[in-house]
Design a protein around this ligand. Structure first.
Ligand SMILES: NC(=O)c1ccc[n+]([C@@H]2O[C@H](COP(=O)([O-])OP(=O)(O)OC[C@H]3O[C@@H](n4cnc5c(N)ncnc54)[C@H](OP(=O)(O)O)[C@@H]3O)[C@@H](O)[C@H]2O)c1
Length: 295
């Protein structure tokens, strides 16, 4: 298949591109920056889809960039980098001469209301209680194309763990120094997935006839993982203690209260439809995922 990937140069995109190419697919990126095997968002808007059989969108400004103040201007960039790129791709797909085989969007588990007790599947309600849940609703709505000529799927991803990027890249150095620990109370659920698996779920959705709708992109063990469990397992994988909690006030100070919710609260999410659709996780449990990352 020839697969067009928006935002495919990022952390998840690199893993997805590698996986797709290893499975014999051709990959073209839609990017803000020129380069080989890339087209720009402007080209896509002006000229429509290049020859391709499937599309994915991973584009989005990094929400947890600690160097960006959580103000209206940054909120707008966070929203438009996701919703407008998704609209551009969806419009090009809807206007293509022949329907694509599949169109996959990656969003987030921020769709579900944070809770220490509730457990969510893909059928659970959400999407309308705070900034992030409304963002996911608008993002997923932007992806909808009329008709059923193209299979459409959405992967709601948890925190993506992997080598060389994502949330863990900022945590590794304090943990390596023995200065790591849980965030806030540590009791909040920690919905996670290994980067190889989020790429795997997207690839599965692209390749597998009959897979459509929402798939939760979290590991099967994720619904039983708290932030403190994660801190303990990461410290143990590094052979270090994890005694120093990062207080909630410090997190709120750096990220702002609205954004700090992503770190201080969490959702218990199960990948029910993902497993039922036949996806086999490469890293179903935290110790194996972390061993791979710290090795
Ligand atoms: N990583 C996670 O833990 C996680 C969790 C849940 C959901 N997700 C979602 O999964 C997707 C991929 O995540 P990721 O970690 O791979 O993201 P990433 O590395 O931060 O960025 C992905 C790509 O998005 C494009 N991009 C960044 N800012 C943009 C902007 N302002 N306008 C247009 N494009 C922009 C960039 O591509 P170019 O530079 O080539 O334009 C970048 O390489 C994102 O939408 C993210 O929200 C990620």
């Amino acid at each position: 298949m020839r697969v067009l990937v928006g935002g495919g140069t990022g952390f998840v995109g690199v893993a997805l591109t590698q996986l797709l190419r290893s499975r014999g697919h051709e990959v073209t990126h839609v990017s803000r920056h020129p380069g080989p095997d890339r087209i720009s968002w402007d080209e896509l808007s002006r000229s429509g889809l290049p020859p391709c059989d499937a599309a994915v969108n991973l584009a989005g400004e990094n929400v947890l960039n600690p160097l960006r103040r959580w103000d209206d201007a940054f909120r707008r960039v966070v929203v438009t980098s996701r919703v407008e790129t998704t609209k551009t791709l969806a419009k090009a797909i809807a206007e293509a001469e022949r329907p694509l085989r599949a169109w996959v969007l990656v969003t987030g588990v921020g769709y579900y209301r944070p809770s220490p007790t509730a457990e969510y599947t893909e059928e659970s309600p959400g999407g309308d209680f705070d900034f992030f849940s409304r963002l996911v609703s608008a993002w997923e709505a932007a992806a909808k194309i009329p008709g059923d000529g193209t299979r459409q799927a959405v992967v709601r991803s948890g925190v993506v763990l992997g080598k060389g990027g994502g949330a863990i890249s900022q945590m590794l150095w304090p943990f390596r120094l023995g200065l790591g620990g849980p965030v806030g109370s540590g009791l909040q659920p920690f919905p996670w997935i290994h980067v190889r698996d989020v790429a795997g779920v997207v690839c599965h959705a692209l390749e597998t006839e009959g897979v459509h709708g929402v798939l939760n992109g979290v590991s099967p063990a994720s619904s039983g993982t708290s932030n403190a469990d994660f801190a303990r397992e990461l410290a143990s994988a590094l052979g270090r203690p994890a005694l120093l909690p990062l207080p909630g006030w410090a997190v709120r100070g750096v990220f702002g209260s609205e954004r700090a919710v992503m770190l201080l609260e969490g959702q218990r999410v199960a990948p029910k439809r993902t497993l039922e659709s036949g996806y086999c996780f490469v890293y179903p449990d935290l110790p194996s995922a972390l061993q791979d990352i710290v090795s």
